[in-house]
Design a protein around this ligand. Structure first.
Ligand code: EPZ
Length: 423
């Protein structure tokens, strides 16, 4: 088994290139199905979730191959419309393929994506919107049997600004006849990136980044050469790592506009953060102080994906910080592991209160999910002694090489292979 060994209390000082955005490239990989052509995705991150998406594309008869500067996908050879149960279970967000398969093939066979570590991950908004576009979906028995001989553009309204539902419906609408509007759409930067990719392929999509997106369907799409946006959550993770360990870091390629709520709180905590077109510089020379309540919300609110890593950065701050997790039901699973390191955290429902302590202690801890695992690394950087971080497969879903990036910044962190049973 792979594990990470971290010796804490090393100040960070260095520069790191921020990887391409996982949550942008996953819907873009689904969107390649709409082109029936070759697409080059520069800066595509090498992640377990990307590997799972590649297997889904290959299972549909498409080709994908890595090059030095990115991934080349060719969907001309598409010959199927089914995604296996195993692949659907491997990556919960594989539901994002439904809209694109329907638009390209007129039918789709998927199983319900399972829940995940964060709790149930319903797709009712995805299915309702696809039905409004004219799809017939039989979702009995845990399987989705979908038919859409003719998708027709219409006015859609989302009951909540779901990222995945917005993306799925954008893709299906590209294959619909006429114009589709999506009201109460999610406004995340990754959705703007998806719009930019689709338009580079000849689509006519507008409004991404606002609450109303418009798609003029029926365009003949073609391949393109596209550079994926930088990963704002990876950037937030590295900012929190500097805040936790102290020191200085330059995050090349990071765009502060994508994580303004994160940098605002880190500045309030005492970090000195500056940014320009090249990236973000974060300097943290003193002990952090507690900040105003952190409430997760749809973009442009505080990102739920940064909740765990910010919590980890504040474990030794002066005072107490209140967190409120409003997006997912079960996103405090990292708390028990942080408490093993000496953290003082009280959880009650959606609220967690973090009271800063003087010292954190290295410990053997287990990743519970992707961002919770990253939080353990952030906390370990501030801990006395060595931490052993297990079940790091969770981390590899979303970070190309977290230990390489953190050690580039000066952290004492290595990946080891061990026969040790992780329990
Ligand atoms: C995307 O998940 C991201 N994943 C998540 O990142 C991120 O946390 C989330 O958006 C919120 O920003 C990808 O982009 C691959 P949602 P998604 O649909 O699309 C409920 C990470 O760590 N909901 O906006 O699944 C849902 O249960 C991951 O990188 C419905 O009720 O998020 C949740 O409570 C974790 N019905 C809320 O909406 C639906 O049909 C937000 O979900 C869809 C969603």
């Amino acid at each position: 088994m792979s594990q990470l060994l971290v010796r804490g209390r090393s100040r960070l000082d260095g520069e790191v290139m921020v990887q391409g955005a996982k949550n942008s490239v996953l819907p873009i990989l689904a969107a390649t199905l709409l082109t029936g052509d070759q697409v080059k995705l520069r800066g595509c991150p090498r992640l377990r979730d990307v590997d799972a998406s590649i297997r889904i594309l290959q299972g549909l008869g498409c080709n994908a191959s890595w090059e030095a500067d990115g991934l080349v996908v060719d969907t001309a050879g598409l010959r199927g419309c089914a995604v296996s149960d195993m692949l659907m279970r491997e990556m919960r967000s594989s539901a994002i393929f439904l809209g694109a398969i329907l638009a390209r093939c007129g039918r789709a066979e998927l199983s319900y994506p399972g829940g995940c570590e964060l709790g149930p991950r319903p797709i009712d908004l995805h299915l309702a919107g696809l039905r409004d576009l004219g799809a017939e979906i039989d979702d009995t028995g845990g399987h989705l049997h979908c038919r859409a001989s003719h998708l027709r553009g219409t006015n859609l309204v989302l009951s909540l600004p779901s990222v995945g539902a917005t993306e799925n419906l954008m893709l299906a609408a590209c294959g619909a006849e006429g114009v589709t509007s999506i009201a109460n759409a999610a406004r995340e930067p990754e959705i703007v990136d998806l719009q930019n990719f689709l338009n580079a392929c000849g689509a006519k999509v507008s409004g991404a980044g606002t609450s109303t997106i418009t798609v003029e369907g029926g365009q003949r799409l073609h391949g393109c050469d596209y550079a994926v946006m930088p990963d704002r959550i990876a950037a937030a993770t590295y900012l929190c790592a500097v805040a936790s360990a102290g020191g200085r870091a330059f995050l090349r390629g990071a765009r502060e506009a994508h994580l303004a709520t994160v940098t605002a709180l880190l500045r309030e905590a005492g970090c000195v953060i500056t940014s320009d077109a090249a990236g973000i510089v974060c300097v943290c020379e003193k002990r952090l102080k507690a900040v105003r309540p952190v409430r997760t919300a749809p973009y442009p609110g505080f990102p739920t994906d940064a909740q765990a890593v910010l919590m980890a950065a504040l474990l030794r701050s002066r005072g107490a910080t209140v967190f409120e997790e409003n997006i997912f039901e079960n996103r405090y699973r990292h708390v028990d592991e942080l408490i093993r390191m000496g953290a003082d955290i009280q959880v009650s429902g959606r609220v967690a209160v973090v009271s800063g302590t003087d010292t954190l202690y290295g410990a053997a801890v287990r990743c519970t999910d992707l961002r919770g695992g990253a939080a353990l690394c952030v906390a370990a950087l501030a801990a006395e002694g060595e931490s052993r971080i297990m079940r790091i497969g969770h981390i590899d879903r979303g970070y190309e090489n977290l230990e390489r990036d953190l050690s580039t910044l000066g952290a004492d962190i290595v990946r080891v292979e061990t026969e040790q049973i992780e329990g």
